[in-house]
Ligand binder design. Structure first.
Ligand SMILES: Cc1cc2nc3c(=O)[nH]c(=O)nc-3n(C[C@H](O)[C@H](O)[C@H](O)COP(=O)(O)OP(=O)(O)OC[C@H]3O[C@@H](n4cnc5c(N)ncnc54)[C@H](O)[C@@H]3O)c2cc1C
Length: 464
């Protein structure tokens, strides 16, 4: 089997590569290898069971056509300042131009015309004033909110479109290794996960777009095949949940507040991420059984709560520089205390030096939207430095959102982002191995739907 282009991973980065090649009238023969199912066959059983059943061989929330995008909140960040470090590589102006271009593609496939965060300039000024008083920076970022259910519809249309235009997709197939000769990539070895058949496809160009969950696999390829990379950042954090009433002003004015602080005493970067007004806290499982927390919101179905992540960024140098391993160990510890489930603790209990008990959760105004989270003690598992950063950031945020640092505010953990291995790429996203490209979250250069998608668009134009 030989193809012009083989793409590993049908997340936004991979599918926008194929989509843009079609839009540019490329006649190249394209194959996508995807571990999971078509988007219309993806189903998280938690809808019925109410608890995570840790699906095998993979979690449907993150795996399958449209990757982690399918069950995401579908918030497209329309500013180059949000979503990763790609602008450092390609320049701010080019990044912004491609965001606008990629946004139009989402609109063509049915995204909502409305953009949050463009109106109410007076109210935004007020929020910024309070952010300054709290020592935080408010990043301007208009948001196009697809919503989880709408995101699935849009990605389904894209799936059908690229299939109709002759792109082949091998679902339930897991890429395992690359064949490289004289520093040039030749082929991908993969396994059909249903039949266990082992196969090899050769290609002129091979694109790895395996997402955050593929980051570990990609790191092993880098080590084995000497692909240039460097250790990046790991984000250790928690998902915070409060009543909608507390966040009402920020939700109405901005929908999502992107706040950054370098809080004392460490002055590490701490930021808010993925805010979900009326949303639900969710669990995702990595293939190695790690349970990590996340959050999303539907366009129609709403809860009484707003959740958002608070993430503390950490870099390492000698003698230890394995941020992915560090993040995993922290998550494992939190999972151990939660007996494999997500832990939840009240902010007030943390300040009072005690764990939270189940019965105490029911006394609060805020009811946990992740019903199978286990009440416990995050401070016994999250290291002192990130925990101090998170607590001091919450205190600072209280000046922007009064009531945010209330004793009943819920903290869920672990929320850890494993996009830490950064692949060294040239301006065409080519790695140090010829004709081997790397995109999206697995490359370490993006951390969001829009940036991953536009990296795919740029790749598609180059390969057309
Ligand atoms: C619950 C949740 C909510 C989110 N909400 C938002 C949001 O609102 N806004 C936002 O901007 N971002 C959000 N994100 C992040 C966003 O989804 C990701 O940044 C984005 O999907 C990254 O795209 P990608 O193509 O790089 O990787 P992914 O979307 O992760 O796709 C990678 C694909 O590669 C496949 N794969 C991996 N390894 C292999 C292999 N060896 N062989 C074959 N296939 C493989 C995977 O199955 C997957 O389908 C959210 C993420 C989650 C989990």
């Amino acid at each position: 089997m030989h193809y012009d282009v083989v793409i590993v991973g049908a997340g936004p980065a991979g599918i926008f590569t194929a989509l843009e090649m079609i839009r540019k009238d490329s006649k190249k023969k394209i194959l996508i290898i995807e571990k999971g199912a078509p988007v219309d066959k993806r189903h998280c059983p938690k809808e019925e069971t109410k608890v995570c059943v840790n699906c095998k061989p993979y979690c449907h929330i993150t795996t399958g056509f449209s990757g982690a995008g399918a069950f995401s909140d579908g918030k497209l960040s329309l500013s180059y300042e949000v979503g990763g470090d790609l602008p450092e590589m390609i320049g701010k102006n080019k990044a912004q131009d491609y965001i606008d271009y990629t946004d139009k593609i989402y609109l063509e496939f049915g995204a909502d015309e409305h953009v949050e965060g463009l109106e109410n300039t007076g109210a935004i000024k007020d929020i910024r004033k309070h952010a300054i008083q709290g020592g935080l920076k408010l990043v301007d970022c208009p948001i196009r909110h697809l919503g989880t259910e709408k995101a699935q519809e849009i990605y389904f249309k894209i799936q059908e479109y690229i299939l109709e235009h002759g792109v082949e997709i091998r679902f339930h197939c897991k890429a395992k290794d690359l064949l490289i000769e004289d520093n040039k990539v030749k082929a991908v070895e993969f396994e059909d996960m249903k039949t266990k058949e082992q196969m090899t496809v050769s290609a002129d160009d091979i694109v790895i777009a395996a997402g955050r969950k593929g980051a570990d696999w990609l790191k092993s390829l880098c080590t084995k095949h000497d692909i240039n990379h460097r250790a990046g950042t790991v984000d250790i954090g928690v998902r915070v949940e409060v009543r909608n009433e507390v966040m009402e002003e920020v939700n109405n004015v901005l929908y999502e507040s992107k706040l950054i602080g370098y809080v004392e005493p460490y002055r590490d970067k701490v930021r808010t991420f993925c805010q979900n007004p009326g949303g639900f806290v969710s669990q995702e499982n990595y293939d190695n059984d790690l349970a990590v927390v996340n959050g999303h919101s539907y366009k129609e179905r709403k809860s009484n709560n707003t959740n958002l992540a608070i993430l503390s960024s950490h870099n390492f140098c000698a003698p230890f520089n394995q941020p992915i391993e560090y993040g995993k160990k922290v998550s494992e510890l939190v999972n151990m205390l939660g007996n494999g489930k997500i832990l939840v603790q009240r902010y007030g209990d943390i300040l009072n030096g005690k764990r939270t008990w189940d019965k105490e959760l029911s006394r609060s105004n805020v009811e946990p939207s992740l019903v199978d989270a286990v009440a416990g003690d995050l401070t016994a598992a999250i290291p002192y430095r990130p925990m101090t950063n998170i607590l001091n950031f919450i205190a600072a945020l209280d000046s922007v959102v009064p009531g945010f640092a209330s004793p009943e505010t819920l903290l869920y953990g672990p929320e850890v982002k494993f996009y830490s291995n950064k692949i060294i790429l040239d301006e065409h996203f080519e790695t140090s191995v010829k004709n081997l490209y790397c995109l999206g979250d697995s490359s370490g250069w993006t951390r969001g739907l829009m940036m991953a998608s536009l990296m795919g668009v740029i790749m598609g134009q180059h390969l057309s």
